[in-house]
Ligand binder design. Sequence first.
Ligand code: PEP
Ligand code: MN
Length: 341
Amino acid sequence: MIIAMSARATEAEIAAVTGVISQAGLNAIVLPGGDRVAIGVASAIPHDLREPLAEQISGLPEVDHVAHVSRPYKLASREFHSADTVIEHKGVTIGAGEVVIFAGPCAVETPEQMAAAAKAVKAGGAKVMRGGAFKPRTSPYSFQGMGEEGVRLLVDAARSEGLLTICEVLDEYDVGVCGEIDFLQVGARNMQNYRLLTAVGRSGKPVLLKRGPSATIDEWLLSAEYILCQDNPNVILCERGMHPIDRTYTRYTLDVSAVPVARRLSHLPVFVDPSHAAGDWKYVSALALAGVAAGADGLIVEVHPDPAHARCDGPQALKPDVFLRLAEDVRRVAGAVGRPR
Ligand code: PEP
Ligand code: MN
């Protein structure tokens, strides 16, 4: 932490700042400048002291501003954990170079839909099948998902094709009924639902954490920190599009740059969700390939056997044949950027 004093600061005002730092058990160094003094905290600041100390010092007379040197998250940061996190779960490895595909419909609807979707995503080489049983919908009148029955249908369809499962959870109840689900998803709307983050952390299951459409990268990583704090090291970050300037053609704006940035700041694997970013199946493949080229460790893609009759997000769902082509293109792009195919 660096504290910049205003040019008017007196010896006593500088001493007040160093006094607060010493009282906290930390060492202060006064760095004389040309026209003003800066004070550095020369010892590691315990994480729970970082914000209160900054707030206390900011309120002292003639403190111009306080700047943090280290990042606000610890467990999620490469500063404290330089090697990439590799998630090994039930035979699926994420973060070791290979681009891993999660795919399936937005929502679980019928056994027939799930069986056809499972076959389609398996044929494209997906390792994990998605299917929403608890849907966070903008309108309370929209289909809210099949709940527990949806979880059952997802597990049955995926198992019959030898796939693992991922399901979005909205609250602690959902976490409880997802006992047989392999990966939990925290959706964009819930990225800052701290009780839910704690609950999925405690579940011990790997968690795919979507970035909120208005969240900064630091906020996203702080949300990951909530899960990691529960002794759950298996978090996948997922970029799924930011609030757009123009919604005429796409639903959100995929922040491709978030992929290399998150991979630099954090050791956690980073996925891209091209489906919710595009909102239109015609653009999903291009965004998916951009994500892979930018270094994504995996993709989560919506695939439906009959998008025209989907109960949720049909316009952005890929038909099985389009998904197959995308999966082949993903392998080609992965190879072109030096990743195992
Ligand atoms: C979803 O994956 O179906 C979903 C609701 O995604 P997001 O949270 O990114 O909107
Ligand atoms: Mn969806």
